[in-house]
Design a protein around this ligand. Structure first.
Ligand code: ZN
Length: 663
């Protein structure tokens, strides 16, 4: 599973990243390009210098293994994607005509979009998109580089051909009508029968049948699987992946890593899905290594039948600074429980904190590139998760890059919705740190705190339980982020920092988060409900003391926190009440809170926030270029690996097109 949705406070705060990833080069920019509905960013790799030479070498080969799979995802998304890409590359590199005219710019935008989507369909909506330049112009570009190809032109321009990567036509055959390249000549019914015949319903450790193959009906009418493996479909790419994985294994950090890489390579050589399960179980057992990776046919979102997996890779290593933070929080879990503002009867006598694992990406590839998740929870097989658990990580440097890039943009949510320069400065100074910290407190302590009274059913809150549970965890974090204990523990620099989180939380909870809700619709998502519940409840309860003030300037509404200490008191009061509701299973009180504060959006405010957001014209989707990992040699020997951040978007796309061409 991928976590792709940025925490809304992160987006709203547009905050500065932690000091540890401050750019070294003065000219480093996070935001490097914007076109269509997309923005391209760079990410920093903090902690690289602290790695040993061996770890850097390990990451280098894992990254090469990641990049060698690039052509696989292109072919999986649609069988015409590689021919289209080769044509685009040829024109971009060899066209000698006028490159300054409007048509060429339109052609370039189309090429950038195709590179972004790993194909001719939008990476998110999955609809085919089109060049803005006329078809005749595109044909002339092709002719100029010796690529006259009427079929290809038809694929690119005809709206009726391959119109959706994954068909949403419920009345048609979603297998036959999808442009994805997982099936050839088969109907949905044939696919379903093919796999139903394979599955053993009594198997307690079921194989993920069909995960790593294309299903094809031959001229003889027989349906067969073309398996992705060395010597099979995508063999040349998989061979290069294996070669690099074996070079990585030679310099791995420990034997567990060597073992699971050996299993992964064996799986790639045989295509045997039992080995894929074995690899995943072994991968879960390595908790000591600093470096980790994903490399394989993993996610099945792109298959209309949810069975076949796209190829993806991500190389990463542990974020030492963030991990230190969550370890300290977890180690002090009992102190937080004992000192919380809830009734003694509802507190756990013995509480254990959870340490969240935070990583930094070093290379993104396949289906994780250029658009990437901000968190990952793997493996996907239910029985492995049940029996062996799963790894859940958040990718800190990617989240930080989103925030930094937004801040570099001349238009930002923060400058639009913050009341004063002072509030903006506070946010830029502490926003990213306190946002991460609030998430840590929510995840490591909030959900695990408190206990039910004897006899209270865990399901007593019914349909309101997830909203109330998220409310409880958020409040626990909000209450404690303003506690001097955090400064004492060395997690927060001073007693000013929390104010950034309070201001942005209120702004977001009361109104800026509703940029994502259609006008006239209620607020239905659990996390969004919880934020509204907290912000609106505190606004109302603080009215008499003017704790949060609604101000209007030039016809625009702002919500400003006047009294931070009083606001903390309100967070504590609401936490005590929500904990009581949960511990006693008070369904009626829970329902009343959600219905009064969490659901109905003020229509005037909603309209205003949507209009102000639209006027900012922000790009809804983002992706990244990878930093280049450069071997540094001395006397023919590699003595170090350096990270280089200078490569541009198109430059990287064209380089990868040559260097990692395998299919
Ligand atoms: Zn939660």
């Amino acid at each position: 599973m991928k976590h792709t949705i940025l925490k809304m406070t992160t987006l709203a705060s547009m905050a500065a990243a932690a000091v540890s990833c401050a750019p070294k080069q003065a000219d480093f920019h996070y935001l490097i390009d914007e076109f269509a509905d997309l923005k391209i960013m760079r990410y920093k790799v903090p902690g690289w210098e602290e790695l040993s030479l061996g770890q850097k070498e390990y990451i280098y080969h894992l990254s090469e293994a990641a990049k060698y799979g690039r052509d696989i995802i292109w072919d999986q998304n649609c069988k015409w994607n590689l021919p289209v890409r080769h044509t685009l590359e040829n024109i971009l590199e060899n066209y000698k005509g006028d490159r300054n005219c409007a048509e060429f710019a339109q052609f370039e935008t189309y090429a950038k979009r195709v590179f972004f989507s790993n194909g001719i369909h939008h990476h998110y909506s999955e609809d085919k998109f089109f060049p803005e330049c006329p078809r005749e112009y595109f044909a002339s570009l092709m002719a100029a580089v010796g690529e006259e190809n009427a079929d290809l032109l038809e694929i690119i321009y005809n709206p009726d051909l391959l119109s959706q990567r994954k068909s949403t036509n419920a009345s048609g055959d979603i297998v036959a009508e999808s442009a994805v390249n997982f099936y050839e000549g088969v109907t949905r019914a044939e696919v379903e029968k093919f796999y139903a015949d394979m599955v053993d319903p009594a198997d307690k450790t079921p194989i993920s049948y069909g995960l790593n193959s294309r299903l094809v009906k031959g001229p003889d009418g027989i349906i067969r699987e073309e398996v992705y493996k060395v010597g099979g479909l995508y063999g040349p790419a998989i061979e290069k992946i294996c070669e690099q994985l074996e070079m990585a294994a030679a310099v791995a950090e420990n034997d567990a890593q060597k073992q699971y890489i050996a299993s992964l390579v064996e799986y790639y050589r045989t295509g045997d899905l039992r080995l894929w399960d074995k690899y995943n179980i072994e991968w879960l057992s390595d908790t000591l290594g600093t470096v980790d990776f994903v490399n394989g046919f993993v996610e099945d979102y792109n298959d209309p039948l949810g069975r076949k997996a796209t190829w993806e890779a991500l190389v990463n290593f542990k974020d030492m600074e963030a991990s230190r933070r969550t370890e300290i929080i977890s180690a002090n879990a009992q102190w937080f429980e004992d000192n919380s503002p809830v009734d003694q009867r509802f507190k756990k006598k013995e509480v254990k904190g959870v340490s969240a694992k935070v990583i930094n990406a070093a290379t993104l590839a396949g289906d994780c590139y250029p658009a990437t998740p901000i968190g990952i929870n793997l493996p996907n097989a239910d029985w492995i998760r049940r029996e062996h658990g799963s790894k859940s990580v958040t990718i800190a440097n990617i989240t930080a890059a989103y925030s930094k890039a937004a801040e570099e943009s001349p238009r930002s949510m923060l400058s639009e919705f913050a009341w004063s320069e002072e509030e903006i400065a506070l946010q830029k100074k502490y926003g990213s740190l306190t946002d991460d910290l609030h998430t840590d407190l929510h995840e490591c302590l909030g959900h695990g705190s408190g206990q039910l009274l004897p006899g209270t059913s865990p399901n007593a809150l019914g349909e309101f339980s997830s909203t109330l549970e998220e409310t409880r965890a958020d409040l626990f974090g909000l209450y404690y982020i303003a506690d001097p204990k955090l400064v004492e523990l060395g997690i927060l620099p001073d007693m000013e920092a929390y104010k950034a989180q309070y201001a942005s939380y209120i702004r977001n909870g009361i109104f800026t988060q509703f940029t994502r809700v259609e006008l006239g619709r209620p607020n239905t998502e659990a996390h969004m409900q919880n934020r509204k519940l907290i912000a609106d409840w505190c606004y109302e309860k603080g009215l008499k003391d003017n704790v949060i003030e609604k101000k209007v300037r030039d016809g625009k509404t702002y919500f400003v926190v006047n009294d931070y200490e009083a606001l903390r008191g309100l967070f504590g009061d609401l936490l005590a009440e929500i904990q009581r509701i949960k511990s006693e299973g008070d369904y009626k009180a829970g329902k009343a809170l959600v219905e009064k504060y969490a659901v109905n959006i003020d229509p005037e405010l909603h309209k205003e926030v949507r209009e102000r957001y639209a006027a900012l014209n922000l790009k809804p989707y983002g992706g990244f270029v990878n930093p280049t990992i450069v071997p540094v040699t001395k006397g023919g020997k590699v003595v170090d690996y350096r990270i280089d951040y200078t490569q541009g978007y198109m430059e990287q796309m064209l380089e990868y097109g040559h260097k990692y061409a395998t299919l």
